[in-house]
Design a protein around this ligand. Structure first.
Ligand SMILES: Cc1cc2nc3c(=O)[nH]c(=O)nc-3n(C[C@H](O)[C@H](O)[C@H](O)COP(=O)(O)O)c2cc1C
Length: 174
């Protein structure tokens, strides 16, 4: 798939076929996530791959009962290693770069998945402490997003986007 087509056509998928995603494809997608840029190449991302139905159900509950999450064959809980990112960049690393680095990785992950005709949805609404408990994450590992993965059962119409003319400012804010 052409890069620009992949960027334009990707959409959030909330309904999945039950078909499993082959292990090598999951590895390839997460490998693409790991190709993302990061502050000073710190690569603070950590990915917890969850397929167990009971764990997925607990995660969906911790995401304010967004039940569709548990129907995805695979969940990837994207975390940052706060120790790793703050070692070089202190507070800015912990509060800003951790989010930026993992977001870049997530975008790669979602586009790589779409390239393989696998749908995904970025879940940001969840109780962090509960997710930490479910996955037994160490104190320095902060979960920042849950990404669902699965072959689409239904592809919704792409929600509209702002006209680039609205958000591009040439030279200065006018
Ligand atoms: C930071 C972030 C948090 C999000 N959290 C949720 C969420 O908790 N639940 C959900 O269903 N979608 C969530 N989404 C997906 C957005 O709703 C979706 O990307 C947006 O509506 C645009 O649709 P599209 O991805 O199909 O282009 C989130 C997306 C981002 C980037």
């Amino acid at each position: 798939m052409q890069t620009m087509d992949c960027i334009r056509d990707r959409r959030s998928i909330m309904e999945y076929k039950p078909d499993p995603i082959p292990e090598n494809i999951i590895e390839e997608i997460l490998g693409a996530a790991g190709q993302a840029p990061s502050s000073g190449n710190v690569q603070d991302w950590e990915f917890v791959v969850v397929k167990n139905p009971e764990t997925k159900a607990k995660i969906a509950k911790a995401a304010w009962e967004q039940d569709f999450i548990a129907t995805a064959p695979v969940l990837v809980v994207v975390c940052t290693d706060i120790d790793r990112v703050s070692a070089t960049y202190g507070n800015r690393g912990e509060t800003l770069y951790s989010v930026q680095n993992t977001s870049a990785a997530i975008q790669n992950l979602m586009l790589a998945a779409w390239d393989k005709e696998i749908g995904s949805c970025w879940i940001g609404a969840f109780n962090e402490a509960t997710i930490k408990g479910i996955l037994v994450l160490p104190t320095n590992i902060r979960p920042l997003a849950i990404i669902t993965l699965g072959y689409p059962a239904k592809i919704n119409k792409k929600p509209g986007r702002r006209n680039p003319k609205e958000f591009i400012h040439m030279e200065r804010w006018e």
